[in-house]
Design a protein around this ligand. Structure first.
Ligand code: SF4
Length: 110
């Protein structure tokens, strides 16, 4: 039995009017071949939130929304850790309109 997303991920490609998801762009892979989203959480956050290159991912808001709706329990989504997404859900249960990006907490950075 597989896990099924309740909300399908949108088109993250460069043809989308808001631009390509940064994690898809080869130039945003600072480790050249190693997927930071599986190996380096802090670097993945830096890519999403623009600390790596000065540009926030143009798809960050919808990425966060998709992960929250699907209750993604692992990984970096929408520039937030799973722990911070859970905290956001606890603060605003059942209120997707309030699920907006917040800077990673100090605890997540340690
Ligand atoms: S915000 Fe989402 S879509 Fe954008 S780089 Fe991060 S994980 Fe990828």
């Amino acid at each position: 039995m597989g896990i099924r997303a309740s909300t399908a991920a949108p088109d993250w490609s460069p043809t989308h009017h808001r631009g390509e998801a940064k994690c898809r762009a080869p130039s945003m892979n600072p480790t050249r071949g190693r997927d930071v989203f599986f190996t380096d959480e802090q670097l993945a956050l830096a890519v999403c939130n623009g600390d790596f290159d000065g540009q926030v991912c143009p798809r960050r808001t919808e990425c966060l929304r998709v992960s929250m709706l699907n209750k993604e329990g692992f990984g970096i989504w929408g520039g937030m850790t799973s722990k911070d997404r859970l905290a956001l859900r606890m603060r605003h249960p059942g209120m997707p309109e309030r699920w907006t990006w917040h800077p990673p907490t100090e605890e997540s950075n340690t």
